[in-house]
Write a protein that binds this ligand. Structure first.
Ligand SMILES: [Zn+2]
Length: 698
């Protein structure tokens, strides 16, 4: 069905023209090369080989611009400069170039987009839009949705302006939207935390159009808008996005025709900007300073907003170096843009949240670090307490768009992300969507296809995935409900202030929400998040028991490019694990292999650890059979370091981080006076009763 849609047909026509454009570039490019200077480095997208987790860690430590496009043995990386390329080469990692010149691609995409837009009267998107919005287009569209739909759409402006002083606008959509504080659950959708990820804003606002269009005509949407309140903030990083889209849409192949403007393609300006406009930590940027800071791609400037949220802030997968792409900021919630989202989410019961990004076709869920990561509290971080439910919902959404449903950490480690904070601190389910297969901002027809679905997903796509998420937000079995009696007109308040752990110590996090008792007979129903935060719920882990059943220690030296073997015999049957560790004092490159010695004298490898320089090596063999093992130390360094090798046979023990039970402080207020207060404990899926008989006016 989709193949006959106007979107795809026009895309094909545009692609045919593109081939001609590419030829023009090839000719002009050859001439342009001659006049470029040595520092003209084509910004490129490369696929770095990362066969092991250690490779990913090494890559993470280089401070390069990692994309969300990664598999078990690769990560795609944007190289912005010759220095980036050199850092990658020096690390010993290998890579292939996938997109040799992102600016050329940008120019081609712009050409496709111009032609698509010229040939399209109304696209199949809910808004009919046929080209990428700029910041002012978003604001105009939000305003029009409000103005055209009284009682259904109301404006929301976040509590803080951006670093450059711009308002961050959103809308709230619900039946009887102006009856705020009515106890309905909230669904929240955010776009464009990362400046260059334009489709993430497009999908967010298109979903808003979809809901508005469907209200009153589509039974499912009408029903959902009666049961929930929907908040859409399409552009969180308003400063960064404005620069990215304004510069990106400027890149034009026609500039090359006739030659002499290689600089337009050679200088990406902000087209691939990721972060916000923090130029100096702790200081508001001077006018124009964010634009003026022309590091390659202006990518060195700013804080990564999706590493700046509070829960787990400061841990793995976020950099403390300002110029790095994943710079986490000077402190948790140091940026006004993340503070603004925090204050919005913490003032509501957001029972489900989606934050949109590009690209990689992923539905990501908490947590951002692997379960065996030792967390700030000294215990393994474990899986989210609601892992099964979030995994199931993720799978239902991924069945609509064909994306991969996985944990955040399965891409690579991250800390300080939106949903790691929102889920762990509010209890509302949270997801990151990585939209699209292969580009930060692909030709616009792809944006349409990802939203409406194409091929085997035609008629589904992110539209259907978002609706399923909205249904989850409405579903009381996945959140909590408090109901009872309270005087008509009274304000009910649910508040909880508690310490959120980060890798930088803990800080106080407050969730403070209200509803108004509207019913004249004094009955209320309030859809809320559970009282106990996922952050402090019990979690299971499995670790080596304290003392080995049997063990041995060896030391020795191994000359460069040779290896040394040690034999270790496991005599104990039925042990859970054989752990072999290799340690050495200097920053050299040594690898460790563990083999089982067979009866015929041959060796079978049962484990290896081949980290890079600086990392120590560890091999864990599960359920080792009794017998002889060969432990091989290989030295790839230029020196002859002394090493220590330990082998131990262990049983594993299950551990549990004990649970806390937390309560909401629930109060009934009349004219600002607290007349009655109680502690409310409620679990997910539970409905509890709370009457406020002493809460009366005087
Ligand atoms: Zn992103």
């Amino acid at each position: 069905m989709h193949s006959s849609s106007p979107g795809l047909g026009r895309l094909r026509a545009a692609v045919a023209t593109l081939a001609v454009a590419a030829l023009v570039f090839a000719a002009a490019g050859a001439g342009a090369q001659a006049v470029t200077t040595d520092d003209a480095f084509p910004v490129q997208l490369v696929t770095v080989d990362t066969p092991t987790r250690d490779h990913k860690d090494v890559l993470n430590d280089l401070g390069l611009d990692l994309t969300e496009h990664a598999g078990h043995d690769y990560v795609e990386v944007v190289l912005h400069s010759a220095a980036d390329e050199e850092a990658l080469r020096d690390s010993g990692l290998t890579w292939d170039v996938r997109i040799p010149d992102l600016m050329l691609l940008e120019a081609r995409n712009n050409q496709v987009n111009r032609e698509f837009s010229a040939a399209t009267v109304t696209s199949p998107l809910p808004s009919g839009r046929d080209s990428y919005r700029r910041l002012e287009d978003y604001n105009t569209d939000l305003e029009a949705l409000v103005d055209g739909n009284p009682g259904l759409v109301r404006p929301i402006t976040l509590s803080r302006t951006s670093l450059e002083g711009k308002p961050i606008h959103g809308i709230e959509i619900a039946a009887d939207v102006d009856t705020t504080e009515d106890g309905r659950p909230t669904f929240a959708m955010f776009g464009l935390h990362h400046a260059r990820e334009w489709p993430s804003g497009e999908h967010s606002i298109e979903f808003a159009f979809d809901l508005v269009n469907g209200y009153g005509s589509d039974q499912r949407i009408t029903d959902l808008l009666q049961r929930t309140r929907v908040i859409v903030v399409p552009v969180v990083n308003v400063d960064g996005f404005e620069k990215s889209v304004n510069d990106g849409l400027l890149v034009d192949l026609r500039e090359l025709d006739g030659g002499g403007t290689a600089s337009i393609l050679g200088t990406p300006n902000n087209a691939y900007k990721r972060k916000n406009c923090r130029v100096v930590d702790g200081q508001e940027p001077l006018p124009g300073s964010c634009d003026a800071a022309k590091s390659p791609g202006s990518f060195g400037v700013g804080v990564d907003l999706n590493r700046n949220y509070g829960a787990f802030w400061g841990g793995p997968g976020a950099s403390d170096v300002f110029a790095d792409p994943t710079y986490r900021g000077a402190a948790h919630f140091s940026e006004p843009e993340t503070q603004a989202v925090r204050e919005l989410v913490a003032s509501r019961h957001v029972t489900t949240l989606i934050t949109n990004h590009t690209f990689s076709n992923l539905v990501l869920r908490p947590n951002g670090v692997a379960p065996d990561t030792i967390g700030p509290d000294g215990y393994p971080v474990g899986d989210a307490p609601d892992e099964q439910a979030m995994k199931d919902l993720g799978a239902r959404m991924a069945a609509q768009n064909g994306y991969t449903n996985q944990h955040g950490w399965e891409l690579y480690d991250t800390t300080g992300t939106t949903e790691d904070w929102s889920y762990n601190v509010t209890g509302g389910f949270g997801y990151t969507f990585e939209i699209g297969p292969d580009e930060f901002h692909p030709p616009y027809p792809e944006v349409i296809d990802e939203y409406l679905g194409a091929g085997e997903y035609a008629g589904k796509g992110n539209r259907e995935a978002f609706l399923i998420a909205l249904e989850n937000a409405a579903d009381a079995t996945t959140h909590s409900v408090v109901a009872g009696k309270a005087p008509a007109g009274a304000t009910l308040r649910l508040k909880r202030t508690s310490p959120t752990t980060s890798w930088d110590g803990s800080f106080q996090d407050t969730v403070d929400t209200t509803m108004t008792v509207a019913d004249s007979r004094g009955r209320y129903t309030w859809h809320i998040n559970p009282s106990t935060r996922p952050l402090v719920q019990a979690r299971q882990y499995r670790v080596l028991s304290g003392e080995p059943i049997e063990s041995a220690e060896y030391s020795g030296t191994t000359p460069p490019l040779t290896h040394t073997d040690q034999e270790f015999t496991v005599t104990h049957a039925g042990a859970d694990a054989l752990e072999v560790k290799l340690d050495w004092p200097t920053p050299d490159d040594m690898d460790l292999y563990v083999y089982r010695a067979n009866a015929d004298g041959s060796l079978t490898e049962v484990g290896s650890s081949t980290s890079f320089v600086l990392s120590k090596e560890r091999v864990l063999v599960q359920a080792p059979d009794p017998g002889t093992y060969v432990l091989r130390v290989e030295n790839f360094a230029s020196a002859t370091p002394t090493w220590t090798l330990t082998a131990g046979v262990y049983d594993m023990v299950d551990g549990t981080v004990p649970a806390l039970i937390e309560a909401w402080t629930m109060s009934c207020e009349v004219n600002g006076d607290v007349r009655e207060q109680k502690a409310l404990i409620v679990d997910r899926g539970q409905r509890v009763k709370a009457d406020f008989s002493k809460c009366r006016g005087r």
